[in-house]
Design a protein around this ligand. Structure first.
Ligand code: AMP
Length: 904
């Protein structure tokens, strides 16, 4: 069997035969001694290769049998068999054993014991037990202690003893006994085995402690944990989440005295972008995503979305596909279901009218439609019209030609796909004369003639146009080359001012497209709109200096803003008063969401908002001179006409920008224009529903809305048709306010009277000393037919022309030119024939001056007709508004006396 050496009990009767240990050891002893995973050996006599260093005394007591196994590894077996002798006390002491921090250790003994009955003659002294002891010490110095200092662990008896017969049968009866000791308080200990007259072979001694081995449970790693000192103790252990996982509920487990993990509590979850596999968190592969730790595993990107990265938490929508902010990332990206049913309406030789239905599943609120069309087979030159309506008329088309139309919708998420192509043909030109063959010849001749004429004019102008009116010359050239207009030009749609039309050639827009205003209402979360359009400013960057006004939501202050890397500069700060409701906060910040979309020198500039701390603030550029109406009243008569026109030009330019953006102001008035120290005017006061709610001028109409009647176009008052054209009407009133230095439009007339008078065709009279060209522009803005009013770009060019040519402002409005544009308050019978001065003054609400007039000799209408401004001042009529009112009424009277009154 490969065992060398021998010795031990000889073949004498009663003495164990040599070789029994050999037999025992050869029976795959090592596997018998293998320790379970949760046990950590402190000593295993079987695995010690060299000397064990144990001490036996007296010398003839325990003895070591020097055997080796088949691998020549020593087998440390101690035996003693003094069964025939009295008073045996044989000790075997181990070397010092470190307990490695364990406070409870286990001792496993494997031994054989001879049955005393099988020993003839030895019965009197023979024992069948031995004792085991321990002694604690921090180091190896404790070895020479006295026997009585050892603490007894137990008396060890054999479960199985063996006889001579068993030996003959070569059956070994190996006993295994385990005892535990604790709590241990020192770093180590010695063990001692005391024999008092037994026949023992101590085959192995294994000392170990138990631990709960490191384990991953519920994605939390629990470390190796030595069991408690008490055999019934449960240790609570906290787990640590494995890589790429996060705590869901704090993970904990209990380690039992037996080294088993019990009662797991809490868990970790693989974070977004990772999934659980074999107790680890594995990254989601490209094409897969996991949005939240709570999702069980990585999922394939939903339809029409993709991700090229590992560890994706969401997938990106493919081009032309969208997902709303509020949609979960598990949702497929969709495209607004394309417009499917397109119907043709009226078709003429130059135009095609279309209508269509809103898509069934528009994927959000439709902000506008884009209509693309081009002549069949000419796709490289196409036109795009944007419209908020579901109808459109494409005009300027060639007669008798087929056109292809495609429509797509835009939501807050972007554009959907284009509809299929719809083909419609314009009507052909019908021949008026019977000789149709002449038509092409005539057309060609006329065209050639026009071109030649235009070329000649263009040539004549080309040398001299640049000091005044290059624009005029270039428009002439455009007439000469009409095809250029078609291919390259930008034109406003004729059908509706809310439409926008652009032409493209070979994929390039010929003039830069116009950005459109996005109504913050289209955002489900208004906070998102604010942060999309307004920068968040830290409150610490703002210094508030003084209160300059009162807004609807709180005070307006002036102060300074210091942004990183910029010089400090003055700002206006609108604050939201404490105790606001959520709606007030939304409405307050709504103004910033609108203002933040604009970037124009004549629109008040938004610096940013403070929403992360209180008070909530809107920070804008500071306008030193405040609101225009107050400023003009304070500086009555102090500016040149050019300065006033300059102010009006700025306001018109700001309004042109707003109308190009598709934004309708609805409350354009001098009080809502701010003016800075350079007399630059800027349009302000943007708001959502509250625009008209906070304006003290706004009054409730019969339809329930609140409208600033004096500034509002009749169609907006009557049926809420607010458009850029109604803003133009308001602009005309602002012109009147500016030219009359902040006079109140329609003076003290009631709103009802204003509505009635305007409806009947009366208009504000020209302010005093107003250039005729400006008053004419005002009247144009107040055209009843909104499509006949000038557009803001036309107003800007008109004012530019006047500024460039100041002499054009010299002609002032005179009485005769005002005759057909008079506004009459409470006109008695419309004849202008007042029976008394008192009646006249009452009629114009100046009755308070009757007595003064009478006392100073102005007792008849004839006498009154001679009154001058100087006279009025002398009479004590010092209020400029009253002077103007009386003087304009007098002018009217004079005219009426001659012509009678003719409304517009
Ligand atoms: P609002 O709430 O916009 O009507 O503002 C109330 C008042 O505060 C205005 O009438 C102005 O007198 C003043 N104000 C508002 N914004 C500014 C600004 N940017 N610069 C100077 N004054 C302002």
């Amino acid at each position: 069997m490969g065992l060398r050496g021998g010795g031990g009990w000889g073949g004498r009767a009663g003495v164990p035969a040599p070789g029994w240990t050999c037999l025992l050891l050869c029976a795959s002893l090592r596997s018998l001694l293998a320790s379970p995973g949760s046990e950590v050996n402190l000593l295993d006599s079987r695995t010690v290769m060299g000397d064990l260093g144990w001490i036996a005394y007296p010398k003839n007591g325990w003895e070591e049998i020097g055997e080796v196994d088949e691998n020549y590894a020593p087998i440390h077996t101690y035996q003693v068999c003094k069964v025939m002798e009295q008073n045996q006390n044989n000790w075997l002491l181990t070397s010092w054993i470190s307990n490695e921090g364990a406070s409870r250790i286990f001792i496993e003994l494997k031994f054989t014991l001879r049955d005393c009955n099988s020993l003839p003659g030895g019965l009197g002294t023979c024992k069948e037990t031995f004792n085991m002891y321990y002694f604690e010490s921090d180091d190896e110095d404790g070895r020479n202690i006295k026997e009585n200092q050892y603490i007894k662990i137990d008396t060890i008896a054999a479960d199985e003893s063996f006889t001579e017969l068993d030996l003959g049968d070569r059956v070994m009866k190996l006993n295994t006994e385990v005892r535990d000791v604790g709590p241990l308080t020192k770093k180590g200990f010695y063990l001692a085995f005391q024999d008092v007259g037994a026949c023992i072979a101590l085959v192995s001694v294994r000392v170990y402690y138990k631990k709960c081995p490191s384990v991953i449970r519920n994605l939390a790693r629990f470390p190796d944990t030595i069991t408690g000192a008490d055999s019934s103790q449960l240790l609570e252990v906290s787990g640590i989440c494995v890589n790429h996982s996060v705590t869901d509920e704090a993970p904990k487990m209990h380690c039992s005295a037996e080294g088993e993990w019990l009662v797991p509590i809490g868990k970790c979850l693989c974070k977004a972008g990772y999934e659980e596999k074999n107790n680890t968190c594995q990254v989601c592969r490209p094409g897969f995503f996991k949005a939240s730790p709570h999702s069980p595993s990585c999922s394939k990107c939903p339809p029409h979305s993709y991700t090229l990265d590992e560890a994706s938490t969401s997938c990106l929508c493919e081009e032309h596909y969208f997902r709303r902010e509020s949609d979960p990332p598990t949702m497929a990206c969709t495209t607004p279901s394309p417009v499917s049913s397109v119907k043709k309406g009226k078709i003429t030789k130059n135009s095609v009218s279309l209508s269509w239905q809103e898509p069934d599943r528009p994927n959000g609120i439709i902000l506008e439609y884009e209509i693309k069309y081009f002549e069949k087979d000419q796709e490289t030159s196409y036109t795009i019209i944007k419209s908020k309506e579901t109808t459109i008329t494409a005009d300027g088309l060639k007669p008798g030609s087929a056109y292809i139309f495609q429509i797509r919708a835009r939501t807050a998420a972007g554009y959907g796909g284009f509809s299929r192509r719809f083909e419609f043909e314009t009507s052909p030109v019908l021949a008026a004369s019977s000789d149709q063959s002449q038509i092409p010849v005539i057309v060609v001749s006329v065209t050639v003639g026009v071109i030649l004429l235009a070329v000649v004019i263009g040539f004549l102008l080309s040398g001299s146009c640049c000091d005044h009116g290059c624009g005029w010359a270039s428009s002439l050239r455009a007439v000469a080359y009409p095809s250029l207009i078609w291919r390259c030009g930008y034109s406003k749609a004729k059908q509706d001012p809310e439409e926008e039309k652009m032409h493209f050639h070979n994929g390039h827009i010929k003039l830069p497209g116009v950005r459109t205003y996005i109504d913050p209402h289209t955002y489900e979360d208004p906070n998102q709109a604010v942060h999309e359009f307004a920068k968040e400013i830290e409150a610490s960057c703002i210094t508030i200096e003084r209160v300059i006004g009162a807004g609807e939501f709180g005070e307006v202050c002036s102060g300074r803003l210091k942004l990183q890397g910029k010089r400090e500069f003055p700002v206006a700060i609108k604050t939201l008063k404490v105790g606001y409701t959520e709606k007030q906060r939304r409405d307050f910040l709504g103004e910033a969401s609108i203002m933040g979309q604009f970037d124009h020198p004549n629109i008040i500039h938004l610096e940013g908002v403070v929403t992360k701390s209180k008070p909530v603030m809107i920070v804008t550029e500071y306008m030193e001179n405040g609101s225009l109406d107050t400023f003009l009243k304070k500086n009555d008569g102090q500016f040149t006409v050019i300065q006033l026109v300059g102010m009006l030009r700025g306001i018109a330019s700001g309004m042109k920008y707003l109308s190009d953006m598709g934004y309708v102001h609805r409350d354009l008035a001098a009080r809502n224009i701010l003016i800075n120290s350079n007399l630059v005017c800027k349009v302000s006061d943007f708001g959502l529903s509250r625009v008209l709610e906070d304006d003290p001028e706004a009054a409730y109409t019969t339809r329930g809305g609140k409208i600033p009647i004096r500034w509002t176009a009749p169609e907006a008052i009557a049926f809420r048709k607010f458009t850029s054209a109604s803003d133009v009407w308001s602009y005309g009133i602002v012109m009147w306010e500016v030219m009359s230095y902040g006079e109140r439009p329609y003076w003290e007339m009631t709103n009802q009277d204003v509505i009635k008078a305007v409806e009947e065709g009366y208009r504000l009279p020209s302010p005093m000393d107003c250039p005729a060209a400006l008053y004419q522009l005002m009247l144009d803005c107040w055209q009843k037919d909104r499509n006949s009013r000038p557009k803001f770009d036309e107003i800007v060019s008109m004012l530019d022309k006047l500024i460039r040519n100041p002499s054009s402002l010299k002609t002032l409005v005179n009485a005769s030119s005002r005759v057909s544009n008079l506004l009459v308050e409470h006109s008695p019978a419309g004849s202008g024939a007042y029976r008394s001065v008192g009646e006249w003054l009452e009629a114009i609400k100046m009755g308070r001056y009757t007595e003064i007039f009478m006392e100073n000799g102005y007792s008849s209408m004839d006498a009154v007709a001679q009154v001058t401004l100087e006279d009025l001042r002398r009479l004590g009529v010092t209020l400029v508004g009253h002077q103007k009112k009386i003087m304009s009424s007098l002018q009217e009277l004079k005219v009426q006396l001659v012509n009678g009154m003719v409304p517009l």
